[in-house]
Design a binder for this molecule. Structure first.
Ligand code: ADP
Ligand code: MG
Length: 233
């Protein structure tokens, strides 16, 4: 983990008056913490988007980058499975219309062109600095279950592998990772590794208040963080 570089990145954002890190900034923190993220590039116009897409390869994902939009899909700001340049251009125009419609005052920093990760089980890994308890790690399985049922577990950070496994086993959605209804057994070691690393990042970075990966997509082997955001200050 490149802690000095993470510290520098967060400090710089704070000094610019930012309150959050947008997805590509938060993913840069993850990358520096050796947490796997898809290849991506931020672009400002459609010509640059098509160029970047050529480098990253289809199918790909197009997303809005805006500090004013926390849930990108709610405003039509996420498109997965874009197959070629023509579809990219169409989706781009549609996305701009979506945002203009849903949140006309949102400041758009750019668009993310991102490698498309294969399907897997989606989990959430987070870390916060709690006023009372200090650094705390958070884990949950499946986006909707987490938001609707608050099916999450917590541990004080930093934590070890045994504690990370306890956290995973505590949530009701755990069977989704261990072969429920003929599904395959997912890479729990890879999840534990991400929980431990994120807990390490929150513990050792001044100015980082909150960081969340939602989702981390988990496979039979490995896991990848396809969305991230952070609160700083
Ligand atoms: P939101 O701001 O709405 O949470 P996300 O970046 O999490 O936006 O994207 C919404 C959903 O799209 C994710 O939960 C995931 O299922 C899918 N997704 C996003 N990025 C990728 C990617 N790079 N590869 C595959 N699926 C993705
Ligand atoms: Mg998300």
């Amino acid at each position: 983990m490149d802690n000095r570089e993470i510290e520098r990145l967060v400090k710089e954002a704070v000094s610019l008056g930012k309150k959050t890190l947008v997805e590509p900034e938060a993913k840069e923190v993850l990358r520096l913490a050796s947490i796997p993220v898809p290849r991506f590039q931020v672009v400002k116009d459609v010509t640059a988007a098509v160029e970047a897409a050529g480098r990253i390869g289809y199918p790909l994902v197009l997303k809005l980058v805006s500090p004013d939009i926390t849930h990108k899909s709610d405003v039509g700001g996420v498109a997965v499975g874009i197959k070629d340049a023509k579809e990219l251009e169409l989706t781009w125009s549609q996305m701009i219309l979506n945002v203009a419609d849903e949140n006309p005052v949102a400041m758009i920093e750019g668009f993310l062109i991102e490698e498309m990760a294969p399907k897997g089980v989606e989990v959430i890994v987070g870390a916060i600095k709690d006023e009372q308890f200090g650094p705390v790690a958070m884990f949950g399985v499946g986006g909707v279950a987490v938001e609707l049922m608050k099916d999450v577990s917590f541990r004080l950070a930093p934590l070890d592998k045994k504690e990370a496994f306890e956290m995973m086993a505590e949530v009701k959605g755990f069977p989704l990772l261990t072969g429920f209804r003929g599904g395959s057994f997912k890479d729990l070691d890879a999840i534990a590794d991400v929980i431990i690393k994120l807990a390490g990042v929150i513990s050792s970075t001044d100015g980082l208040k909150e960081i969340e990966i939602n989702p981390l997509i988990v496979y039979d082997e490995g896991a990848i963080a396809v969305d991230a955001r952070a609160v700083i200050g």
